[in-house]
Write a protein that binds this ligand. Structure first.
Ligand code: OFO
Length: 167
């Protein structure tokens, strides 16, 4: 059985994941506005991944016979973004999520909640990938600088991303 504290923290994380999804959906729209369909696609796929993350927490709470509490989702702060600023925001956000997952892990360990501790392992690994994905695109964008051809090549590459189904 989940402790009240753990149940509340997991519900908070459902909200974090839905907020992530909302931010990426907003980024997809921003990228489309800029005229970069590949970037727009990449963020749309990321939006779908985040929904999958939220669902993992949702399913886990129910599996542990807990209560799901869906909390409000705020408006993403996105205005006059550039391709680089979008990915810098993505990296900053993913670092925030990494901290959230680490705090959850600390809580699970503090409570000797081994089931939750093991459940969170997937997210610990996922966050390494999430930060790395954003950092890789930032590195490429910094390399090409103001070169439009370089930007179009990155856009073409990001257009190939497909959604990874939640396991
Ligand atoms: Fe972006 O990993 Fe979930 O929030």
């Amino acid at each position: 059985m989940l402790s009240d504290t753990m149940q509340q923290a997991l519900n908070q994380q459902i909200n974090e994941e839905f907020c992530s999804a909302f931010i990426y959906l907003g980024m997809s729209a921003e990228a489309d506005r800029i005229g970069l369909p590949g970037f727009s696609n990449w963020f749309k796929m990321q939006y779908q991944e985040e929904l999958g993350h939220a669902e993992r927490f949702f399913n886990y709470i129910l599996e542990r016979n807990g209560s799901v509490d869906l909390l409000p989702i705020g408006k993403p702060e996105l205005t006059e973004e550039t391709p680089l600023s979008l990915f810098e925001k993505s990296l900053k956000h993913e670092r925030h999520i990494t901290v959230c997952v680490s705090r959850l892990k600390d809580l699970a360990r503090g409570e000797s909640d081994h089931a939750t501790d093991v459940f969170l392992e997937w997210f610990v690994r996922e966050q390494v990938e999430e930060e790395s994905n954003a950092q890789n695109v930032i590195d490429q964008l910094r390399l090409v600088g103001d070169n439009a051809n370089g930007l179009f090549l990155i856009d073409r590459e990001l257009a190939t991303r497909t959604a990874t189904p939640a396991e």
